[in-house]
Design a protein around this ligand. Structure first.
Ligand SMILES: Nc1ncnc2c1ncn2[C@@H]1O[C@H](COP(=O)(O)OP(=O)(O)OP(=O)(O)O)[C@@H](O)[C@H]1O
Ligand SMILES: [Mg+2]
Length: 256
């Protein structure tokens, strides 16, 4: 589904990602870990299409990813990205409008009725049915992320990009969110890329774990080299002893 070939990304003189070669099959659940600032969010933005590669290519179904977001891909960020002046239901309907019509996406008449019904079904899926009339400031952090996920899924994406979506949540709530994401991954047949700072989360949720890190480092020129994927592991039922190896390596390689 996705083919990354010799991908490089730099901002000015700073090399962020270098020489990434990797392929992803439809239905995989990839978790991404790595030191802060190593380029995980940048990689997601390249998949989303809000950033473009400096060199190399990113192919989706054999074609270059367009330099703009598309309803093929939905994204959820750590920071809440909902509209504060709209209720939960209105937020999800608006997301449908944007997915269909872009930024001027207001829906009217029959279209709006259909969008409302679809939004209600989506709120049911993410467990927010009874909160559809509330405004975002009345929601807990976990509920707000449920809403953000509902919005991301309204465009019926094949690929869901999650950038530390649960980083700000309590452990108990996180567990509920893990169950939700696994459930949606299966029922909506998604391909998921999820950045996390929590290695255990990466191991537990993913079918495949990527560690982003620099392969080479020059203390005199910290911007000269970017990160690549230094570990690419099948996970899920992974032998826990891998975890220790990776934790050791992450310590060793974190230069910041
Ligand atoms: N638009 C931009 N312009 C210039 N530099 C940028 C831009 N976006 C990101 N960077 C730089 O690229 C590097 C990688 O950033 P990125 O946000 O991808 O890291 P990250 O791995 O997601 O970090 P974190 O775990 O802290 O979220 C950082 O050094 C950052 O400052
Ligand atoms: Mg980031």
């Amino acid at each position: 589904m996705i083919d990354v070939k010799n991908l490089w990304k730099n901002y000015g003189n700073k090399v962020v990602l270098e020489g990434i070669n990797v392929s992803v099959k439809e239905g995989e659940f990839i978790t991404l870990v790595g030191a802060s600032g190593c380029g995980k969010s940048t990689f997601l933005k390249l998949l989303l299409g809000t950033e473009t590669a400096s060199k190399g290519s990113l192919l989706l179904d054999g074609k270059p990813i367009k330099g703009e977001p598309d309803s093929d891909r939905g994204i959820v960020f750590q920071q809440y990205s909902v509209f504060p002046h709209m209720t939960v239901l209105e937020n999800v309907i608006a997301a449908k409008g944007f997915a269909e019509k872009g930024i001027t996406g207001l829906l009217w008449g029959r279209k709006r009725k259909e969008a409302k019904a679809a939004a209600e079904r989506m709120l049911d899926k993410v467990g927010l049915s009874s909160s559809s009339h509330l405004y975002p400031h009345h929601l807990s952090g976990g509920m707000r992320q449920r809403l953000a996920i509902a919005q991301a899924l309204m465009g019926k994406p094949r690929i869901l990009l999650l950038d530390e979506p649960f980083g700000a949540l309590d452990p108990g709530i996180r567990k509920d969110m893990h169950a939700l994401v696994l459930d949606l991954w299966r029922s909506e047949k998604l391909t998921v890329f999820m950045v996390t700072h929590d290695l255990h989360e990466g191991f537990y949720l993913g079918t495949r774990l990527w560690v982003f890190d620099k392969l080479r480092h020059d203390p005199q020129a910290p911007d000269a080299f970017g990160a690549g994927i230094t570990f690419d592991l099948p996970v899920g039922q992974t032998d826990p002893k891998h975890l220790e190896t990776i934790e050791e390596n992450m310590k060793e390689f974190s230069h910041d």
